[in-house]
Design a binder for this molecule. Structure first.
Ligand code: AMP
Ligand code: ZN
Length: 434
């Protein structure tokens, strides 16, 4: 089997072939660090963590997930709270990594921060001006979209129609409404860096172009992110990088995850309908949240509800219940190979629902098996699958005892069962059901 990925640019599933034999580079747009991550933000982190694990089985992977620590929302948070910017970003970088760690997300190989790459951004902006793709106007530097004949190719938009239909208020210094900011001036109270265009700060899009070039080179194999980033963020990254590098291909595969919604509305900070990972992990084990995020195919929308979490918990209970009581010595555990259909599913455009169904069918076989050797082999295989997808990492006894995640303990459950029994005996069915 080979790896296939759906490529947004080509609009179809394609055989994955890296630029260099045996080596893969992947860049994921990471968080803007001014508040806590919600469960929607965790979807790309978890999905592309699974992709990273799948790639690492076959290739030497260099995976970069950046930190956007220059942003007007961060500046605003500093004004609102009176806290220095560095303190805010440090706090939320740690919180993000802790929260994703609780969901079993491995740290990327590189976590570049925008504040540490301003020099590279200034250099790239200079190149874009020299090559005629950017212009300076009123202490701003703007990318001239009309100079890039491929602008709109990723998001499948026609530039002329975009310009004609532009409804945004056009800043007077822009030549076309779609021109976007590479550099803007900073007032003295805002963070700023000196540059050939005066003291200022970079636009968001140039951050990723400069950081991906520095750490992964001009051409990266996989560029990943949420679907909302296709336009304008990725379209603009693509324009900047391709034009700065004389047309060199920027990303060989563009991979985007679908949105997580709640009550049919996209979960987002601006709508205010967010469930923070930080709050959810108080009561729900990280593995349950991780499985819930992987329960739908990553390109499909995922509706988050109590039922999503309940189903995920039930499935994990099945996995843990199956391996419980099967005594494996270290060698037997290490010898476990994930089942081929499970790996095939993950290598086929990260088909996690199918992969989970394969784990489920091994658990069922294991429950039915009676011979010790067969049970051990199936348990080792199920655990090996768990290692790839990042689930069933705990001791089953700890899992069922209810651990420090605020789970119900066995005693709590028995006491609740007793209460239900008593209520039934008293014909108080409402209380029993509750
Ligand atoms: P933000 O902090 O809003 O820039 O989002 C960080 C990452 O989370 C980006 O890759 C977004 O595409 C992704 N994201 C934000 N909201 C959701 C959501 N409701 N469902 C899935 N991904 C999301
Ligand atoms: Zn980016």
């Amino acid at each position: 089997m080979t790896i296939h990925l759906y490529d947004t640019f080509k609009g179809k599933k394609r055989l994955f072939e890296p630029l260099r034999n045996g080596e893969v580079t992947m860049y994921l747009c990471g968080p803007t660090v001014y508040n806590y991550a919600h469960i929607g933000n965790a979807r790309p982190a978890v999905v592309f963590d699974v992709l990273a694990r799948v790639l690492r089985r076959r290739y030497s992977l260099t995976f970069a997930r950046n930190i956007t620590d220059i942003d007007d929302k961060i500046n605003q948070a500093s004004i609102d709270t009176g806290k220095p910017i560095d303190e805010i970003t440090a706090q939320f970088i740690t919180a993000y990594n802790d929260d994703m760690g609780a969901l079993g997300v491995d740290m990327p190989d590189i976590e570049p921060r925008a504040t540490r790459h301003v020099e590279e951004m200034i250099e790239m902006i200079g190149v874009l001006i020299d090559k005629g793709f950017a212009y300076e106007a009123q202490r701003h530097v703007l990318f001239d979209v009309t100079a890039d004949k491929n602008y709109g190719a990723l998001s499948k938009q026609d530039l002329r129609a975009m310009i004609a239909g532009a409804r945004v208020e056009v800043a007077p210094y822009k030549r076309s409404p779609q021109d976007f900011v590479l550099w803007k001036p900073s007032a003295s109270e805002l963070p700023g860096w000196s540059s050939p265009w005066g003291r200022g700060r970079p636009g968001w899009h140039i951050e990723c172009s400069a950081m991906s070039k520095k750490h992964l080179g001009e051409t990266i194999d996989i560029h990943a992110g949420g679907q909302d980033l296709v336009f304008p963020h990725h379209e603009n990254e693509l324009a900047q990088s391709t034009c700065a590098h004389d047309g060199a291909l920027f990303a060989r595969y563009w991979v985007h995850n679908g949105f997580l919604s709640m009550d049919s509305e996209k979960m987002s900070k601006s709508l205010g309908n967010v469930l923070l990972v930080r709050d959810l992990i108080e009561n729900i084990p990280g593995e349950v949240l991780r499985l819930a995020l992987l329960s739908a195919h990553y390109r499909q929308p995922l509706n988050w509800s109590d039922a999503t979490v309940y189903e995920a918990r039930k499935m994990l209970d099945r996995f843990y219940g199956a391996v419980r009581g099967v005594e494996l010595v270290a060698d037997q555990r290490a010898a476990g190979e994930p089942p081929a259909p499970f790996i095939n599913a993950l290598e086929d455009d990260i088909n996690t629902p199918k992969a989970l169904a394969e784990m489920f069918s091994i658990a069922r076989e294991l429950n039915k098996a009676s011979k010790d050797a067969e049970r051990k082999a199936l348990a080792a295989s199920l655990l090996a699958a768990g290692d790839v997808i990042g689930l069933v990492q705990e001791d089953p006894e700890v899992w069922f005892a209810g651990d420090s995640n605020g789970e119900l303990s066995t005693e709590d459950i028995e006491s609740l069962l007793q209460k239900r029994e008593d209520a039934r005996r008293n014909k108080d069915f409402a209380a029993a059901d509750a």
